[in-house]
Design a protein. Structure first.
Ligand code: SF4
Length: 305
């Protein structure tokens, strides 16, 4: 049974998630229901369930929202087509798109204006990639992995952007492959500071842990990547939404457990896991710190405290 718990730092909430949650929180406090939210505000089941209990209505199609209603766009960003549909329906929009995602939208738009074809390294179907792709669908191709690079066909110089929550190592492989094929490609690696730091911390913890637990929802790209990063580093790793999903059999023969969480996960979800481990015999809880984070994004005008 484990005796030591290593806590990865940084872990949990990033600045973009804090901003999105604070915005929706303020809107629900100030406005009468209904308040609609386009897509999950952040990819975490507990956070979304909490807002749903307070009256937020989550939709995946703006056409479902009654004309003139309040709608909040999620942290992952939306395509221009969604913005236009919201305008047509006279929806009162508050946009919580993370500024680091907005940056990728702007890079994509500018690249097309400058005459490039865009390669968007990311996961098809992920909210963020769908939104970025929507900036210029006729000039953008999504590339999920290095194996897809051989199939790319372009007519113009190549500009590369990425989803913000990818695996740092896998993305480097994809970009190397693109550079081999298109040596003049302009490359922007947009993996954000929070994704990078959390993966780096997991690698550090993996050097000493026998088992690594990642708290995060299955649709949270950065949480899923953290589990993969740990496995790549040679440690058995599981992703769970909370303590109730942990199988105690995982702890058999384990001395050192590592614990981290994705960028959309409240730290309070880790508390029951830490308490459970202490009850099982963990006597040493040690932070493994790889970076200090002090990034903060301002709330949209009118919602500042
Ligand atoms: Fe922004 Fe990065 Fe957080 Fe996504 S993971 S919301 S890009 S800071």
């Amino acid at each position: 049974m484990p005796h030591t718990l290593l806590l990865a730092e940084p872990r949990g909430f990033c600045a973009g998630v804090v901003r999105a949650i604070d915005v929706l929180d303020a809107v629900l406090d100030r406005e009468p229901p209904p308040v609609y939210v386009f897509h999950e505000i952040v990819h975490n089941r507990h956070v979304v369930d909490g807002f749903r209990a307070r009256g937020a209505i989550f939709v995946d199609d703006v056409a479902e929202v009654p004309e003139g209603s309040r709608i909040v766009f999620s942290a992952h960003g939306v395509s221009p087509a969604v913005v236009e549909e919201a305008e047509r329906r006279r929806l009162r929009v508050i946009d919580t798109t993370c500024p680091l995602v907005t940056k990728v939208h702007l890079e994509t738009k500018n690249a097309v204006k400058l005459g490039y074809d865009v390669l968007l390294v990311g996961h098809r179907g992920h909210d963020e990639t769908v939104g970025t792709y929507g900036e210029a669908p006729e000039r953008t191709q999504i590339v999920e992995d290095a194996g897809e690079v051989a199939d790319i066909e372009v007519e113009r110089p190549v500009f590369v952007v990425t989803q913000t929550t990818l695996s740092v190592n896998d993305t480097a492989d994809v970009i190397d492959e693109i550079r081999d094929r298109y040596p003049d490609a302009e490359v922007r690696n947009d993996i954000c500071y929070a994704t990078t730091n959390r993966q780096f911390a997991v690698r550090k913890v993996a050097e000493r842990a026998d088992l690594l637990l990642v708290v995060g929802s299955r649709n949270s790209s950065n949480s899923v990547r953290l589990r993969e990063v740990a496995e790549d580093a040679g440690v058995t790793a599981y992703r769970v939404d909370g303590v109730d999903e942990i199988d105690p059999a995982w702890y058999e023969g384990v001395d050192v457990v590592g614990l981290t969480s994705g960028a959309s996960v409240p730290d309070e979800l880790l508390e029951p896991i830490i308490e459970d481990l202490k009850a099982r015999g963990v006597t040493r809880v040690e932070p493994v710190v790889v970076a200090e984070e002090n990034v903060e994004f301002r709330l949209p005008q009118g919602l500042e405290e």
